[in-house]
Design a protein around this ligand. Structure first.
Ligand SMILES: O=P(O)(O)OP(=O)(O)OP(=O)(O)OC[C@H]1O[C@@H](n2cnc3c(O)ncnc32)[C@H](O)[C@@H]1O
Ligand SMILES: [Mg+2]
Length: 200
């Protein structure tokens, strides 16, 4: 699949990671902001609906194949919150510091054994604006929420997300290691396999 894809995200951290991962997969993309595409309203009640809304918006505004990611942190002790609303958990969209502070506050009385959480990522690919058979891949990354931030890599909730397999936060992982094991890496590899199979 050689066509250029419009990547329907405005999140700098995600774009950095997609940039690193898609080159290895031979996927060429352009950011929607470079094509004047405005962010879609995320009115969905599921991650897949929001990813579809973002991909469809970008495809319709450009006529190109489009790919979108909707993701978040799902915390068991909070009944799955912030989940779908991770980007605006503290109110202001994309205020990572406020979102992390609110998460720490919400779990201040939660013991370590009950702080399990997972990052979830759903990626949707549309071949063109009228594509009725989107290619969809999703993945989760199991961990738990730390009681204090640690590490400076990554973005969003990475300083608070403890990765049991590596004994550190996802913000302490080297970027290339996060891009090997994360929810986004797993979902993108699945999507790539589906694209190859569909010869999309
Ligand atoms: O919708 P786009 O434009 O892609 O950008 P966004 O930041 O609004 O993205 P989402 O709506 O998918 O919300 C995802 C939020 O979940 C968090 N998140 C997602 N993936 C993450 C990761 O790999 N590490 C840390 N936090 C992550 C982060 O706070 C994001 O703001
Ligand atoms: Mg968003």
């Amino acid at each position: 699949m050689s066509r250029k894809i419009v990547l329907a995200s405005g999140n700098a951290g995600k774009l950095r990671e997609f940039n690193a991962m898609m080159a290895d997969l031979g996927l060429e993309f352009v950011r929607q902001s470079e094509l004047g595409v405005q962010d879609a309203e995320e009115t969905g009640l599921t991650f897949v609906e929001n990813a579809l809304l973002k991909a469809r918006n970008a495809a319709q505004h450009t006529g190109m194949p489009a790919m979108a990611d909707d993701s978040g942190i799902v915390v068991d002790a909070l009944g799955g919150a912030p989940g779908l609303y991770s980007a605006r958990y503290a109110g202001e969209h994309g205020d990572d510091a406020a979102n992390n502070a609110k998460l720490l506050e919400a779990l201040k009385d939660t013991p370590e054994a009950q702080r399990s959480a997972r990052f979830y990522c759903c990626i949707v690919y549309l071949r063109h604006p009228h594509d009725q058979l989107p290619i969809i891949a999703e993945a989760s990354w199991e961990g738990r929420v730390l009681s204090a931030p640690s590490g400076a890599n990554g973005f969003g909730y990475d300083p608070l997300f403890y990765v049991p397999t590596h004994g550190c936060s996802s913000a302490e992982l080297p970027p290339e290691e996060k891009n090997r094991i994360s929810h986004r890496a797993q979902a993108l590899r699945k999507l790539h396999t589906l694209l190859e199979q569909a010869k999309a």
